[in-house]
Design a protein around this ligand. Structure first.
Ligand code: MG
Length: 171
């Protein structure tokens, strides 16, 4: 059994994950519009992964006998200056998400809610990866600067990113 407070907080997190999905879909579309097809693919995969995150929390609440209350998803930005700005925003957003996950963990610990703690551990690890990959891309794009051939190479590399269903959904 989870408390009403915990259920409410996880429900909020589902909305936040769906907002993240929407943000990355918007970045994917803007990258597509800028003819950065590989980067568009990278953000499209990110869009799918964020929907997985929402689904993991949804399954968790359902498993606890709770029903998810879907809320309105706030507007997202529609345009970025360039790829570097997209990845800087991604990194900054992922840092915010990390803080949200950590706050959920603090709440679960305070409530001696071991099941929620166990479920959250996957997200704690996932956030390390999310921040790392965004940070790597910020560094690469900063180094590339205005060099079109390097940018093109980075874009080509990101075209190879494939969607993998999140491991908690494979169980
Ligand atoms: Mg997420």
């Amino acid at each position: 059994m989870i408390t009403k407070n915990m259920r409410k907080a996880i429900n909020e997190q589902i909305n936040a994950e769906l907002w993240s999905a929407y943000l990355y879909l918007s970045m994917s579309m803007d990258a597509e519009a800028k003819a950065l097809r590989g980067i568009a693919n990278w953000f499209f995969v990110q869009w799918m992964e964020e929907q997985d995150h929402a689904r993991i929390f949804q399954n968790y609440l359902n498993g606890q006998g709770e029903k998810v209350e879907l809320k309105a998803i706030d507007r997202v930005p529609l345009e970025w200056k360039d790829a570097l700005e997209m990845f800087r925003d991604t990194l900054s957003h992922e840092k915010d998400v990390t803080a949200m996950i950590h706050n959920l963990m603090k709440m679960a610990m305070k409530e001696d809610d071991f099941e929620t703690m166990s479920r959250l551990l996957w997200f704690v690890d996932e956030q390390v990866e999310e921040e790392r990959s965004a940070e790597d891309l910020v560094k690469l794009l900063e180094a590339a600067g205005d060099d079109f051939s390097i940018l093109n190479e980075i874009d080509g590399r990101l075209a190879g990113r494939k969607y993998n269903k999140a491991s908690p959904l494979k169980q």
